[in-house]
Structure formats: C-alpha cells, structure tokens
Design a protein around this ligand. Structure first.
Ligand code: NDP
Length: 295
C-alpha cells in the first residue's frame, strides 16, 4: 500500500480563497476591512519568517495587518501596555503575539508568556490561547478554534476522512496543538465547526507507557511532538490516517515527527512535511481574523 498524500497546500489555498471572498463581501457591505495586529519581540529568524508569511497571507485575503517590532529587551510592562493599546484600538480585529517570546527562549523569567497571552482581549484572541476561549472550546461552544488543530479538522473533513466513531491517538499534549486537538476530536457532532468530530480519543505524551502499542491502535494518528521522525512505520496500523504536525529542522531539511518513507507504506493517507499541516495554520488564522471582525 502507498498512502494518499493529503495536500495541505491545496486545501489551505481553497480556504484562503473562501476567506478572501467573504472579506470582499464584508467590505462591499460598507464595513472596514478586518485587521490583524502582530507583535514580534526580538530577532528570532524563524519567528520573523512566520510573521512575514502571516502578513503576506493577510494582504492576499484583503485583510489589513500591522506589525509591532519590539526589541528583545522589552519588559513585561511595556508589552502589556502595547497589548492594552491594541485591545482598545477599534480598527484592530485580531491580535497575535508571535511565540516564543525571547525571554522564554533564553530560559529567563523576565516576561511571563502566560500573562502576556492572558492580557489579549478574548474577542481579539485569534490564536484562541486565552483561558476564556479555551474554556468555551472545552464546553463545545467555541468562539475561535485554535488554528493548527482547526486546520487539521478541516484537512480531514475536506479530504473526505470522517472521524466519527474512529479511534484517534494524539501524541503530544501542548496547549497549542495536542490538548486542543484531542478536545476538538472528542466533541459531539458539529460543535467544533465541522461534522467530523465524535472520535474516541487517546492523548499520549512523554510518560505514556508502550507508546508504540498505543499508536498501533489508532485509526487516525496525529503526531505533535517536535522530535524528528520518532513515529516509525511499525507504530502505525495498516490503513491508518497519519497527520504529521511536526516541523523540525535537521541540517538544511525540514522533517516531520513521522518517518515518512516508512509510514507511507503502511498508512492509507498521510500529510507530508512541508506542505501538510503547516499551510493550514495560516489559513485558519485568516478565518479567525474575519470572524473577529464580524463579531
Ligand atoms: P511542545 O514541545 O510544546 O510539546 C511536545 C509534546 O510532545 C509534549 O506534550 C511532550 O510530552 C510530547 N513528547 C515529547 N517527547 C515525547 C516522546 N518521546 N514520546 C511521546 N511524547 C513526547 O510542542 P508543540 O506542540 O508546540 O509542537 C509540536 C511540533 O509541532 C513541533 O515540531 C512544532 O514545530 C510543530 N508545530 C507545527 C505547527 C504547524 O503549523 N504545522 C504549529 C505548532 C507546532 P510532555 O508533555 O510529557 O513533555
């Protein structure tokens, strides 16, 4: 068996075109364009690329954007002050603070990342990281869906893969990917914006015993670990759907958390890295920014 490659790029483009059309109609009806305000602290090269890509994607969708570049030495008070201004600026629909913040990368305690994210007005929290939005998601009445897991739900749905009654194993329990992914897959019916939830979910992590065995029970295996190619072919059940969230730089190459060459011989469908989950994250950010403008 050779797995079908799930084309995240094409599906992301489809979603971006849909958002662009909706933005056009929204503006044609006399509304100001949605606006995404990004805050970038420090000079991390990967973060700079991510922010630039987000700005470009906004532009193509007719969404206005602004970028606040703040030095790595920015204090928590300065950052909170900036967020307060953006919260109060009525022209701003969505606020995005690019992570990780430099002090965290350095292992320092200067800026409390959690406090910064908590300060974003939940109505402008297009990453859906605030406790209010996480709580609403948990209760099956989300305001915004977090971008990467929502992108995966869309990828499955638009590829005709149902999660209904399936066993999904999510490896990784971060607040950004693994936990919300597990929560969305477990939701009843369409409460997370699609008809394809209703999965039975196992959430695995670094302390999971017999990880390989657990993974082999998955109809849908989602790897969000951040360890290059740790999911091997023999951890995948014949015919399973494999979603690789990992983006790991190994030398000059980007590799996922799944050993692709081994996995594609066993799985029925698989996302490549790059070109799988990655492009969907930005598409769902645009979707959330439009949603924020409309609400
Ligand atoms: P985190 O580092 O925050 O979380 C990693 C998770 O993996 C943790 O829950 C950790 O367990 C678990 N883990 C680590 N080692 C093992 C192991 N040996 N066995 C089982 N579980 C393990 O990462 P993120 O969730 O932020 O990101 C995961 C990956 O996804 C990264 O490669 C990142 O670059 C990528 N990513 C991609 C995005 C995209 O748009 N495609 C968006 C966001 C992230 P424990 O909790 O026990 O420590």
């Amino acid at each position: 068996m050779t797995a079908t490659r799930l084309d995240g790029k094409a599906i992301a483009l489809e979603i971006r075109n849909e958002v662009a059309q909706e933005v056009q109609a929204w503006v044609a009806a006399g509304n100001p364009p949605p606006k995404l305000a990004a805050v970038l602290v420090g000079e991390d090269p990967a973060s700079q690329v991510y922010v630039r890509n987000k700005e470009r994607a906004c532009e193509k969708a007719g969404i206005a954007s602004s970028l606040d570049r703040m030095p790595a030495s920015t204090t928590q008070a300065e950052l909170l002050d900036r967020i307060d201004q953006l919260n109060r600026d009525e022209s701003v629909s969505g606020i995005l603070v690019q992570l990780p913040l430099p002090s965290v990368q350095r292992g320092g305690t200067g800026v409390d990342e959690r406090a910064v994210l908590d300060a974003i007005d939940p109505r402008k929290d297009v990453d859906a990281f605030s406790p209010v939005n996480v709580g609403l998601l948990m209760q099956g009445r989300p305001r915004f869906l977090p971008c990467t897991p929502h992108g995966i739900i869309q990828l499955l749905h638009r590829s005709g893969i149902s999660t209904n009654g399936k066993h999904a194993v999510v490896v990784g329990r971060s607040d950004i990917v693994g936990k919300p992914m597990a929560m969305m897959l477990a939701q009843k019916d369409g409460s997370c914006g699609t008809e394809t939830a209703n999965a039975t979910v196992t959430l695995a992590h670094s302390r999971t015993a017999n990880l390989a065995e657990v993974c082999r029970t998955a109809d849908i295996l989602i790897a969000a670990v951040g360890r290059p190619e740790m999911i091997r072919g023999d951890m995948i059940r014949e015919g399973a759907v494999v979603i690789d969230v990992g983006i790991n730089r190994v030398g000059d190459a980007l590799v996922g958390d799944v050993a692709f060459d081994e996995a594609e011989k066993v799985a029925s469908a698989i996302t490549p890295v790059p070109g799988g989950v990655g492009p969907l994250t930005i598409a769902m950010l645009l979707h959330n920014t439009l949603l924020a403008a409309k609400s």
